[in-house]
Design a protein around this ligand. Structure first.
Ligand SMILES: [Zn+2]
Length: 316
């Protein structure tokens, strides 16, 4: 147990085992903190290991290519429109914004078309380089710890499926909090360990060091000195979407103990058998069937990724 780190959320050192395999059947040790309920990889990879992994491997491994093909740009463009729809109550033209883990830059590009002064931070050279060179965006090609952002300079930070990849998410949140102006906000979405959408064997992922519940995610923001303005479960995906503020306006009460027993219960009851009795696997299957045809039609004849995105965003 000596090589297990202290829990990032509560400093606890007692964990119960949850799983010894990742979604590809490779060894990956996942545990739950018995004090606060934060589900995490232990022993944890080091920051140096993860930085190197993201710099080179991540896009290759998960997207099978170091730079984005047109169908990914197309798909991502539409997802970004949906992201903006959720976020638009908080984002206004002329705001200073940073998209953390900005990938190929599709969301930064979208914000700019809406008049927001947006930049990105992205550790992957392939995708981040594409955002800089092909889309002409202001992207820092580095991990968050090395990014250069002035203190109290930002109105908005967006982090879409990023925080679960951090080795030390508390430290990352503290850094983000420093960058925010008073009244500034972080809009963050992460996967939800309490979701029943994925088969239990597909739950864990080498790159997802933390598996948050609404309770552990809200608590992490609070521990970093932020207030939780809202937290919701996304219909359709069951992801967690949270708005953290530097405003002293705290709307969300967190009961970690109740969160812990809820997560434990779901992990116990959501088995391979119960998953296949639910409607989830079938609706995913049918949605995925239609997708390649729609995409093929939409991208046929398109060779310029910037033009493709502009067209999607002009119509969105
Ligand atoms: Zn803990």
């Amino acid at each position: 147990m000596n090589d297990y780190k202290k829990c990032n959320l509560c400093d606890g050192t007692n964990y119960d085992p949850i799983s010894s395999l990742d979604r590809h059947g490779q060894a990956l040790n996942t545990v739950i903190c018995v004090n606060c309920g934060l589900v995490q990889t232990q022993p944890m990879p080091s920051e140096v290991e993860m930085a190197e992994f993201y710099r080179l491997e991540y896009r290759k491994r998960y997207k099978k290519t170091p730079t984005p093909p047109m169908k990914h740009i197309y798909r991502s463009g539409h997802r970004c429109l949906a992201r903006l729809e959720k976020a638009k109550a908080h984002i206004k033209p002329d705001m200073q914004a940073v998209d953390l883990g900005s990938g190929a830059g599709e969301f930064v590009f979208l914000l700019k078309t809406r008049g927001v002064k947006a930049k990105g931070i992205e550790p992957s050279e392939g995708y981040g380089g594409f955002a800089k060179i092909v889309l002409g965006l202001d992207i820092q090609l580095k991990p968050i710890e090395k990014a250069k952002i002035k203190e109290e300079s930002l109105d908005i930070i967006t982090a879409h499926h990023v925080i679960e990849h951090m080795v030390d998410p508390l430290k990352s949140f503290q850094t983000l909090a420093k960058w925010l102006k008073p009244g500034g906000k972080i809009l963050a979405e992460v996967p939800n360990i309490n979701s029943r959408m994925h088969a239990p064997s597909r739950r864990f992922h080498f790159a997802h060091i933390y598996n948050f519940s609404p309770e552990t995610f809200a608590s992490l923001g609070k521990k970093a000195g932020l207030d939780v303005e809202e937290i919701q479960i996304e219909p359709g995906t069951e992801h967690i979407f949270a708005v953290f503020t530097k405003s002293g306006q705290d709307n969300v009460q967190v009961d970690l103990e109740q969160g812990l027993s809820k997560t434990r219960n779901i992990l116990k009851k959501h088995t391979k058998f119960s998953h296949h009795l639910s409607a989830y696997p079938y609706s995913r299957f049918f949605n995925n069937l239609q997708r390649p045809f729609r995409e093929k039609i939409a991208i046929s004849g398109q060779t310029d990724p910037k033009e493709l995105l502009q067209k999607i965003y002009d119509n969105g």
